[in-house]
Design a protein around this ligand. Sequence first.
Ligand code: SAM
Length: 261
Amino acid sequence: MGTPRDASRQYASADPLKVRIMTHRRYEERPIDLDAACAGIMQLADEASVLDVGTGPGGFLGYLRDRGHRGRLVGLDTSPAMLAEAERAWPDVTWVQGDVQSLAFGEGEFTWVTARHMLYHVPDLPRALGACARVGERFLAVTNSERSLPRIKELRQEMAARFGLAPREPSSFSAEDAPGILGSVFAVVRACTLENALVFSEPEPIAAYIASGFAPADVRAQPERYAEIRSWLTAQARRRLQELGGVWRDPKAVGVFACRR
Ligand SMILES: C[S@@+](CC[C@H](N)C(=O)[O-])C[C@H]1O[C@@H](n2cnc3c(N)ncnc32)[C@H](O)[C@@H]1O
């Protein structure tokens, strides 16, 4: 989902990410609660501290706080818009602006460092993982499988070719690559894969999901162009839905990796 190059433009506003989060929640075939799955793997003791890097709108730490976790919780992100959103929802969690590649915390300061759906944005992955391994006793990474959402990826590539947009680059940290990359930093890497699918019967949410990936500096800042591409996406999604008999099912898989030095 994106590359280091477009990450800062893509996350200048929290709204597009919220569209994607809501699409996954609403159109998932099986309701899998990723926050609960991560918390179940982490088995946090009461006083355990968590640093969530690339925290976005802060949902994971908010989930922990809302369910009574009283240990220190710190959410870090490069995007001020994301942190403002997180602060509004959970003012009793600490939110800090920063880059995972240079973490200004002490050695072993946190029981866990978590990095959920963010490592594929980081330009220097070994540096980021080294920083996470230094400040945390344990590390949890979450990322998508390369096998995820083939129909959506195909339509996105067609849109890019038709409208002269940059094609999506392959992920630098997929669930398939993660064991090898994490294994070069951590002595123990335990993997768990959550299989699911998005299922749509209307074209609009498919178009909205794909359009949420536009960087604001290009397509979203040009209302006419945005409207033209969005309406093309909706028409294409509608045509494909008809070809598929009214049900667009796109399989997806998420890898969760619990690591120790
Ligand atoms: C796909 S969102 C994931 C948000 C959240 N972890 C979740 O799972 O919903 C990726 C987040 O990583 C942040 N990010 C990207 N590069 C970063 C970096 N180098 N250091 C810290 N945060 C970064 C983005 O601003 C964005 O909020």
